[in-house]
Write a protein of this length. Sequence first.
Length: 690
Amino acid sequence: MITFSIRLTVCLSLFLGLKYTRSDEDLPSWLTNETVQSHISAIFSGIDHVDIVLGDLAPNQSYPPILEWLIHRRSPPAILQGKTIRIYQNVIPGLKDTGCKAGRPILSAIVDTDDANEDELGMIDRDYGDESRFIALDRSFESFARVWDQNHQYGYLAFASWTTFQLSMTCLLDPYATYLMILSDRLDLEELTKFSKATWITQGVFRVFFMLGERIFTFDPFLANGPREYGVLKELRNFSDIPRIPQGDFKGYPIRIDRFRTTFSHTLLNKEGKVIDFIGADAEASRVVTRALNLTPNFLPPDKDQFGFKLPNGSFNGVLGRLSRRESDIVFVGYFIKDYFTRDTEFTAGIYVDELCCLVRKASRIPEYLLPITIFPADLWGLLFLMGIICATTWIIIRTGIKMKATKSERRAPKTPLAYLFNLSNTIRDAPLYRKLIQIVVDTYILLVSAPYRRFTRSGIERLMLFGLMLVSLIFVSMFQSSLSSVFLHPMFYKDIDSLQRLDESGIKIPVKYKGFMDDVFPANYSSMMDSLRNKMIYEPEQDEAAMLDRVAQSPKIAFVTRKSLVPLDDAIYIAKKQVIVVPECPRLYNLAYVVPRHSVLLEAINVVILRLLNGGLIEQWINVMNFNATMRDLALYRNVDDEKFKILTMNDLQFPFYLWAIGLILSSIIFIAERMHYRLVISNRIEMF
């Protein structure tokens, strides 16, 4: 079936040849009533697009004269003149048992050439010549609802009976649109009041006008009807009777608020452990918003499922479920601004920014026997070793140059023998060349570590070079000795997991408390590393945060996902005790906002107050106050942690030097015994042979 979506503009003055000749007697009385006409004009004032749904008419009435009077009349001007018109025909009632979930066609905008008379086709389709179908629309309710929703800021004028309206068109009402329902039958006002109040509560719709005869009624949900009662059905008598959203003062209108314990919303408990109030940035924001708009807060009991998520049957639990069913007006808890797979909620203005980060166990302490080695990093140790090789090579080059110069000089050679000049021992003097080179390397490292050196050279050039080497040695040894006490006083740890790459390589599991974190933390199909980390996540809703942190602090095999802003509030003591750390590389950053039902009429007023709070820096100030209060709450624990940072040296801390001393004595004793045995056995035999 070919579908045409045709908008008929009112500027049709060029088309004067109508096949239908009307008379005022054929028109309903309300259409010729100037007061009613002014009311209809006021209802659709400021609306440029109007959809007309042709359903049930009163007996002895037909569409052509009504459409002519509403759209095409030139003098006096038509009621909907200057607006874009779209027409639907044939309201098909839904099923009473299934209501809006019928899954069958609700509205049909088909004009059949076989059934429609020529006058109707000429009137409806006059702008399109011989076209027989101005809108061919035959869809299920869900499909048609999308078309209707795309035009939610339009105006709608519908002809329907009360039964047809209840079974079909109530499913398509939108809080932002304006509706005028021309009912073809009489209706009790009390029933209309109950229906309007129920529609307001369940769908948030209030700009619905009902025409009964020549009287137009509407429901104003913000008008007081008693001490704590709101919502009045009133007859439209003048322009001021049209209900409007209050501007800044809702005069005590009750608002249903959801809240639960989260990052910036903490609970206050009484002696019995029951929640009596909430404190924190979100709680302060709720108080300021309700006070500024003069709303009466009605706090709902916290939902056990908290944020909520989509269930296998397509519905939602938790606060998301309440909002989608309009059981709540707003939740003053920050939600990540992302797709929650529902069209029934929307966000307020953004309130703050937060990151999702991973907490892992702090790396273990370095054993005390390895502490002296950890004073300098590995590259510095390598540089010092390389410097010894370079200095030894320089020393060899200098000594070689001195020997070459002494060989050429005949006067100096007999006066200052090289052995005397270099202060060589008898053993080294008679040793082969490689032994002399090794001795120079050994002497270089002896000087580099400031060890005792007995045979200092008498050569001025060598002394100048060795003087520089000793200065470097002095600096190096001073740094080593000053740092040696620090490594014993302050604990040293192995390298922590400081990136997502190392977190992935570690192979640890990542349990999460909220099911939404399964999709929020690591993006899918972003990189192989992100996909690998995503596969390591485990959903464990039973674990509370404190128990999860205890597990992380005790086991290096798991990590924990949390919001970065939560760390200074609840997790700082674990950080201070060096039990857990935050992986510096956080995978996701989100803007957060509060959530309201879809097309909530309160959203604009709430956003105005929120933006003023942000502009004044109040939300940031409330967050800082929470961080300060958390620090003061755990002040005694922080003091104990600070006391543990300062350590008094005891004999246990001096075990390592004694171990080195004992090892040195043992090695020197072994070498001494070996030398004595070598002298007695080998050297004595050589002497006897000579």
